[in-house]
Design a protein around this ligand. Sequence first.
Ligand code: 13P
Length: 231
Amino acid sequence: MIFAANFKTNHTRISTMQYIMQLQEMLDTNPVNHQVMIFPPMSALLPSTEAVKVGTQNAWHTQNGAYTGEIGLEQLAEFDIDTILIGHSERRNIIGESQELLAQKFDYFAKNNFLIIYCIGEPIEVRESGEEAVAEYLWDQFDGIDINYNRLIVAYEPIWAIGTGRSATVDEINSTHNELRKRVKAPLLYGGSVNQNNIVDICKVSNVDGVLVGSASLDAKNFYEMMRLVN
Ligand code: 13P
């Protein structure tokens, strides 16, 4: 399984260093059979360790240049970072990134051979309109995206399940991932209120190849315990 931790705007550089050391130590002592990635805030980017891959939550599609407040390839290369989240609903909805912009970012980072976790997910009103509406909404979020890119991972994160403590049900995850699997060959992650209580059931769902975890990943021990539960 893939276990990815999205810290969002949490943790500092020092606490991220401690987190990585703690996680690496637990993985050394008692290894798990999972691929582990963390996405700390930009100010806490660090090189990956043997067992913990570090990626960025965002970057601009440039080597360097005049993009105030952004970082590009040059800044990521300093930490050997080649992994990026693109399309998270918080960037789509709070920051206002359009599908067109996301497609440009995707194209740029794919050309630079990044491992891309591309995030999609529907709002509650679409979920309430039924599965067909959800499928249509999600496929639209692939506009301009090369779904056959060989370093792609797709994360399905229903917006109404993010940070709400209300995960999608196993049936909802199952039907949505089966729909995605019709066209997407890449690993499929589920994200949205994943925690120690639901991780086992979620990871049993067919076509779930891993999870993208927010709040429950912020404590290294808690995140590691989740990995142990499905090992
Ligand atoms: P929570 O696990 O806090 O619901 O966040 C999910 C998420 O957005 C991960 O990218």
